[in-house]
Design a protein. Structure first.
Length: 365
């Protein structure tokens, strides 16, 4: 049974009618399939899908990103990679089922694959904690990222989480510290890292794994510091203002590409990734191949600095510096004052001594 969003009612009606026409046993007195009418309805359906999905507002994009039929990390891992070897545990506390990790082959090249997994039915969603990672999940990924770095193996992460798990147990085991350590680890690696946001990229739970050399989003994915409902509750004390919050947050792939927060948008089939999973697999495979090729001839030092400069450049086109390539010019006034003091140190010392003597004479005389 297909699941429809609240703005897809017209699409639902057309698809129901189309399914009936394709099955003559559902039609009283109809013994043959009416191909002309099927073609007509199919064309109407295609036009309606294009019309609706070319004009989605940010809240509707959020709904598509959360669609329960949307392909999850487990699906992409099983269909994009060969010889996947799952690895578990953080060597400190235990296993976190909300994140899949392991080494695999992509086009005969060894890669480390990390995937935040929400689950595809109720039992799996509970088992996977709805994609909300605990501290042991982040510590597991840190352990494996360091292992991949040691053996010069690229890292590919699939991001799909509403955020890190905020439970008492997670906080007691150091959730914030684990997220911070994960970001630090991602930024210090000397191997190519690709983060592909396939659904929700929520808050620090996503950033902990998305601090990558290249950040890529599916067309109808979202990436934000907080959910629209959470933002609306904080700003307006009204979670129903999620549309206003979604617009203000600039959480869509289009907005984030314009802001240079992400590097690439992977196009989805019309109607969302769940409507043609083979096509979205093909598009993601092309993107991964292209981005791995980009780093192919780079040294470890060049890969590290490419990632570092990527993040240093964010926001710099808004007037902070004139030349984006001259990152060495990102100095504070404090550094410039220190340089002046260093150059004229003897003068400052001599002046300080004279002033001290004068003050002493005034006091004692």
């Amino acid at each position: 049974m297909k699941n429809y969003l609240n703005f897809e009612n017209d699409i639902k009606d057309l698809e129901v009618e189309l399914d009936k026409l394709k099955d003559p046993f559902n039609q009283s007195g109809l013994s043959e399939v009416d191909t002309q009418k099927i073609t007509k309805i199919q064309n109407e359906l295609d036009d309606k899908l294009k019309s609706v999905y070319s004009n989605l507002d940010p809240w509707q994009i959020t709904m598509v990103a959360r669609h329960e039929d949307r392909p999850k990390s487990k699906f992409f891992i099983e269909n994009l990679f060969n010889d996947f070897i799952p690895l578990s545990g953080d060597r400190h506390y235990g296993e976190d089922q909300s994140v899949l990790t392991g080494f695999a082959k992509f086009n005969s090249q060894s890669v480390l694959v990390i995937g935040q997994e929400k689950g595809d039915n109720l039992d799996n969603r509970i088992k996977r904690n709805f994609g909300m990672m605990r501290p042991e999940g982040y510590r597991k990924t840190i352990r494996l990222m360091k292992l991949a770095d040691k053996f010069n193996i690229p890292i590919i992460s699939f991001i799909d989480t509403p955020g890190a798990y905020p439970g008492v147990g997670a906080e007691e085991r150091g959730q914030a510290e684990a997220i911070a350590k994960s970001i630090e680890c991602c930024m210090s690696l000397n191997v190519p890292t690709l983060a592909i946001i396939i659904g929700e990229g929520g808050s620090g739970g996503a950033i902990a794994l998305a601090s990558s050399s290249k950040v890529i989003m599916l067309e109808n994915a979202i990436y934000s510091v907080i959910s629209p409902e959470g933002c609306a509750t904080i700003l307006w004390r009204d979670p129903k203002k999620m549309l206003d919050a979604a617009k203000a947050m600039k959480l869509s792939a289009k907005d984030l590409l314009e802001l240079e927060i992400i590097d690439e948008i992977i196009p989805e089939p019309i109607g969302g990734a769940h409507r043609d999973k083979n096509l979205i697999l093909q598009n993601i495979r092309i993107s991964i191949s292209k981005n791995l090729e980009y780093f192919k001839d780079m040294t470890a030092e060049e890969i590290f600095h490419d990632r570092k400069n990527r993040y240093l450049k964010i926001g710099r086109n808004k007037g902070f510096i004139d030349n984006l390539n001259e990152l060495s010019s990102l100095r504070t006034d404090e550094n410039k004052l220190y340089q002046i003091f260093k150059e004229r140190k003897s003068t400052f010392v001599a002046t300080s001594i004279v002033i001290t003597i004068l003050i002493s004479l005034i006091i004692f005389l």
